[in-house]
Write a protein that binds this ligand. Structure first.
Ligand code: ACO
Length: 379
């Protein structure tokens, strides 16, 4: 094999065909579409339920299809008692993403048809996972903080119900809308690391729970979905907007990365989701605590000035979540609550047009070494 063929980090490699998410750079501007629909239009007009339907079924739902889909999700929200038991047994100090992936695996043990992969069966499992993710996250949070469980409400949308189960009070219209928009914006993003992990698992024809566990584990890393939690740590450390420039300069001089900046695909262009999230963060800042947004703006300006980098989807998510009263260590879980819709759409697509994903490595170690028996190796 020739070294020229190595693509470190698989940058710019086209690993499969997909009709779920389109990312394209046209005239220095990034286009992001779910199933051919522009992200800005979806952000303005749709809901998470509508987007999840679109990702899974490939078409926007009619009114009655959306109603039926939303009802189905509502019916699937509650957790089996065994899962609630698991959440009470896990250490309250576990990271909620570790808890989420453990609960997904446990759900797999309770599915009698775990290995069935027909289109219908896979869709059913996808809906169940989409419906249950918010409940797992909210229940664990309430259990670890010694509060009573707040069971799902049939009256509330997916986003509003999550905030309700988490906080125990119904969110305001602005809060519910903000949560919903955030879920729309995070729902899919082509072959990001976690989705690719899900597709690799699916390409071995592993069950859907195994694929989602692979994705959930991958999302947690600070270079991927874990960045938003790190962004919040940074905002807290900076504490006041006027310290942002000095902080950024110091970090960059030390050769450290600024979390929430840079992107493998959006190089030198603005991530379209950032535009929406920045506007959302600003709106919430006007109605709630303005500090986090103000520090974020100052960090954005400083990072652009010293490094020429734009924020990614994780950057403004942090101040949005903080203003929705979401604890820092649940930030990655919020990402997962949304991205499960994209993951399952990709898993189903992979099952239905499958070829095992198995790349090669360019070997750089020693070759053809002579084996030395242990008693002849010395100490
Ligand atoms: N802070 C400082 N410099 C950065 C950052 C950053 N966040 N991101 C990239 N750079 C710099 C690199 O140092 C490099 O500079 P150089 O050419 O002067 O050496 C240049 O930008 C290109 O960086 P790469 O390492 O080639 O970028 P890559 O595509 O491998 O990494 C990644 C992308 C992992 C997202 C990176 O930008 C990063 O570490 N960002 C911080 C973590 C983060 O926010 N992750 C969330 C990504 S979005 C998501 O997954 C949902």
């Amino acid at each position: 094999m020739c070294e020229k063929k190595i693509h470190d980090g698989l940058q710019d490699v086209l690993a499969c065909k997909s009709s779920i998410c389109r990312i394209e750079m046209i005239d220095g501007k990034a286009i992001l579409e779910y199933r051919g629909y522009d992200i800005h239009e979806l952000a303005q007009h749709s809901t998470f339920e509508e987007v999840a339907y679109l990702l899974l079924f490939g078409e926007l739902p009619t009114k009655s299809e959306l109603e039926a889909f939303s009802e189905e999700l509502k019916e699937l929200r509650e957790l089996p008692p065994q899962i609630i038991g698991l959440l009470t047994h896990l250490s309250p100090f576990s990271h909620p993403m570790v808890v989420l992936r453990t609960a997904i695996s446990y759900l797999g043990t309770m599915d009698k048809h775990i290995h069935h992969k027909s289109h219908e069966k896979s869709l059913q499992k996808a809906k169940s996972l989409i419906a249950k993710f918010p409940t797992i996250v909210a229940y664990f949070h309430r259990i670890r903080s010694g509060q009573n469980l707040v069971h799902p409400s049939d009256e509330l949308s997916h986003a509003a119900n999550f905030l309700y189960m988490l906080h125990g009070v119904e969110p305001t219209k602005t809060e519910a809308k903000a949560m919903d928009l955030d879920l729309v914006l995070h729902a899919d993003h082509e072959l990001n690391a976690s989705t690719f992990a899900a597709r690799i698992a699916a390409s071995t024809l592993a069950d859907i729970y195994a694929c989602v566990v692979a994705a959930t584990g991958t999302l947690m890393g600070p270079l991927h979905g874990g960045a938003a939690q790190k962004v919040m740590e940074m905002l807290r450390e900076i504490a006041v907007p006027w310290r942002a420039e000095e902080y950024v300069k110091m970090k960059l001089e030390r050769g450290e990365r600024i979390m929430g900046f840079g992107h493998r695909v959006y190089r030198g262009v603005v991530d379209p989701r950032t535009i929406e999230l920045r506007a959302l963060a600003e709106k919430l800042a006007k109605e709630k605590e303005p500090k986090w947004f103000e520090i974020s703006r100052a960090v954005e300006e400083a990072v652009y000035k010293y490094k020429g980098l734009f924020p990614n989807v994780d950057f403004y998510s942090a101040s949005v979540y903080a203003n929705l009263g979401i604890p820092d260590d649940l930030f990655i879980n919020i990402f997962a609550i949304s991205r499960i819709s994209g993951w399952t759409a990709h898993i189903i697509e992979q099952y239905e047009n499958n070829r095992l994903i198995r790349p090669r490595a360019f070997y750089v170690g020693e070759a053809g070494r002579k084996y030395v028996p242990i008693d002849q190796r010395g100490d």
